[in-house]
Design a protein. Sequence first.
Length: 336
Amino acid sequence: MLIRKRENGSITLEAALILPLFITFILLLTTMIRVAIVDIALTNAVSETTKQLSTHMYPVNLAYNQFLQTDLGKELGETKEQADELLSQYNQVKEFLSAYSYMLPKEVEVLLTAAEQLEEEVSTAYNQVLGSAFKPILAQYIDQRLIHLDSLRIVNVVLPSFADQEKAYLGLEVKYEMPLNLPFTDKTLVFKKKAYERVWVGDGQLQLSSSSPANNNTDPSIGEEGQDEDSGNVDQKIKLYIVSVTSPVQRGHYVTVVAKGPPNKTAKIQLKYASSFQKEEYLRFDDDGWLSNSQIIGGNANEGIYTATVSADGQKASIHFEVMSKDNFHKYKNDR
């Protein structure tokens, strides 16, 4: 009599052992992809919001400067100076008390703790007010299919200084909490993103050439030396000039500025967009005094006349170039 083995349950047993591992792997892979997508979306949203806000600060600066000329503006300016002086004195006293708190009565330590708590509460309230004002702007650049606004908070806002161009930076710092939604865990992943952008609030020292749009065949726009403080005369000895600039240039592509200037000196190369947005890079002239800098023009940049400015060793030179869309650029090429 033959005895036959029954194997009906073997596949079910193997599936019961392997399927949970396979499902767990799929969930982990899906979660990692989702985390990466959210991270990219959040980074782009914060960066784009900061960039767009920075490019539209010039009218605010004009209004601010006009307000300072009024009687109320002058009074508020004096009040601010007094408040800054008091705040500076307060910080000095706090630092002194903190350094020698071990020699002072315990009441002083209690007072310092209360002051620190008050500062933290004021800072939190300040950021909450600014965060509620900036969040609707940030929401315009967020894909709400990926990011839930209820879980997004703006935790810090850095406003630019219109009086000090060294502090003319706008910054946003956000915090986003995303549940992982994995089996046997209730973990929440926290994203923290920040972006800072230099705002364009006008530059009285930036003297831009008023010549027509340039191309590679036009004469360079020669920068002028600064005025002599004693005589007011302009030094005619030119050491820095722009040799060429790419014009026209298709947006989304690089514009190259070639300049001749003082050897081994550090130069600042600024691009001023048609929208008044400005960006800058630093590069050193070589031993022979040559410099070539390439910067990309954003794919969504406005068409129009842009300005490139090179500054080094107290000298400055500017030249214009034209930015075109892809269609207009190809049309320009076909017409030549």
